[in-house]
Design a binder for this molecule. Sequence first.
Ligand code: FAD
Length: 511
Amino acid sequence: MVSNSLLWFRKGLRIHDNPALEHARKDATHLYPVFILDPHFLEPDPTDFSPGSARAGLNRIQFLLESLVDLDSSLRKLGSRLLVFRGEPVEVLFRLLKEWGVKKLCFEYDTEPYYQAMDDRVKDHASALGMEVFSPVSHTLFNPVKIIEKNGGAPPLSYQSFLKIAGKPSPPLSTTISWLPPIGNVEDLEILGIPTIKELGYGDIRQDEFSPFRGGESEALKRLREALNDEEWVASFEKPKGNPSLFLKPATTVLSPYLKFGCLSSRYFYQCLQDVYKKVKRHTLPPVSLAGQLLWREFFYTVAYGTPNFDKMKGNRICKQIPWNDDDELLAAWREARTGYPWIDAIMVQLQRWGWMHHLARHSVACFLTRGDLFIHWEKGRDVFERLLIDSDWAINNGNWLWLSCSSFFYQYNRIYSPISFGKKYDPNGNYIRHFVPVLKDMPKEYIYEPWTAPLTVQTKANCIIGRDYPHPVVAHDSASKECKMKIAEAYELNRKMNGLVSEEDLKGLR
Ligand code: FAD
């Protein structure tokens, strides 16, 4: 039977291994590939401390726009094009389904609560109209729903137990698409070209103000190929051993933003890794290997999907209840890279300017904000990351903040990252700091991690007077970290006694 089908892109911004695209084109007279610019993520918010919308920093918005340009170009090579609209997605979609007499609606399954709620409405509506709806799992290697079922209805809560249940992922689609059905008549509708950041209302931004990572499937596949060409590097990849201070050539793949937007299929990435592993004599294994990193992604997706209130402390049964401090001044100092600890500030500047930092750099600043030094709620740090990261991902971000704050998964609160010695171990000369915090660029290496200890003559010579050109530390690390450990120990004890059921009153008692 021939009919009109609509492919609704949200993530999954790619042609390769795209089951929704594959199904949408089958037997279709016309295929309408649609992307709807969602004000929920894109409405400019000029009140915030850095440009962007309330939910997305400019780097991620730019990355999305670049990914759309690339997708449109790939679709055009196949005889189609991307139809871009702006507005509340469900309203726009309902209008298009009616306008084009769509009989088949295809979109990638999404486990994020925001999309789950939206997709329920869409599925109900489409089914009521007798439309076929196809919503395959292709953002992840596994279907979290199936893993939870196999585990008796609850998500596995450790990586190892997850691996035992997960088994092997299914391979990516092998089809290469060489043509697509044409789009039908769209003359009566206002279709946007892919807007520039300026056209979205964010003003004039110079290209050099964006992160060095360009969006899109073409770039993702190029980056993947470059990484995999170095088979020895892939075979010996061991996550905790990477150097977080490398920024000109980062120590890891920087494929996370491409996985986030689905410019790269995780199944394809996984299969390419297996191909390399087959060719080499020896290779590292999960959890530290590169394939192991993809499995961490799966682990967090599964736990996030199966845990009510995963993104909150309250009402989250796997989250320790901890009486975090509310301190807007300290939070702002952390967020705006003014803590007075150059290693921490450099990472926060990299977050603002690039929207990407190495995993251990993320560890350092997340630990510093929460259980290491400032004792501020992980949800506050999570919000800052969620907005500014180009790879911002609901499941992974919340999962890692729970981990780093010792609220879930990891409980060794005595192991704190020093904001001074941790970075120094990798980068004794402080090149990373000099790059991202240029006011410290002439500080001698003896003082670059603790500039407040430099004699005034040294500060003067380096053109950086502490307290004037660069702040004093907002807390003294030794005493702050001791106090944090004490508070967490008390909270853990109370959680143990109450078996996880801690009331607000109990928490007040701990403050
Ligand atoms: P690689 O080491 O090359 O790994 C390949 C892929 O594996 C990554 O692209 C990513 O998809 C996945 N991966 C790697 N590490 C992890 C991990 N710990 N958990 C889950 N998946 C992983 N990653 C995000 O993609 N989005 C986030 O919003 C995010 N927030 C984080 C917040 C905190 C506090 C911390 C500590 C980590 C966070 N991470 C997040 C995980 C990790 O830091 C990034 O995935 C990684 O640094 C991305 O760089 P890469 O692509 O070079 O990783």
